[in-house]
Design a protein around this ligand. Structure first.
Ligand code: ZN
Length: 127
């Protein structure tokens, strides 16, 4: 499948890298805003010293809606990076069609083509 050109993938990967860094800055600032005790309990050690990946593992146990949203975003990015590594990035995970570059520019972590995404959302809401 021809799919995306390498330079398009590179561009989207760079967008995701920026997003990744921003999400982790937000997560860290959310944590510095929470009280020390809780930080100690949930994380055990300094948040600032942890690598992004180590932080991600620790944060899986955290039950905070704001942090959860950030976590979902970084997980989506991690999954997209895996698809890039596997050469599957830009292919719809449902039907295997190429996902339009324009769609990926708007949603670099999109894993479905627009048709399958619509169907997925219809199923999810039960309409
Ligand atoms: Zn599809």
């Amino acid at each position: 499948m021809p799919g995306l050109e390498q330079k398009q993938i590179d561009h989207l990967a760079a967008m995701m890298d920026e997003r990744w860094a921003r999400e982790f800055r937000e997560i860290r600032s959310l944590f510095s805003a929470t009280d020390e005790d809780r930080q100690q309990v949930t994380l055990g050690e300094g948040v600032d010293e942890a690598t992004d990946d180590a932080l991600l593992v620790k944060l899986s146990a955290v039950d905070d809606p704001l942090i959860r949203q950030n976590l979902q975003d970084v997980r989506d990015i991690a999954a997209a990076r895996q698809r890039i590594a596997a050469g599957k990035y830009g292919e719809c995970t449902d039907c295997g069609a190429d996902i339009a570059y324009e769609r990926l520019l708007a949603y670099p972590t999109a894993k479905r083509c627009i048709d399958c995404q619509r169907e997925h959302e219809t199923r999810k809401t039960g309409r």
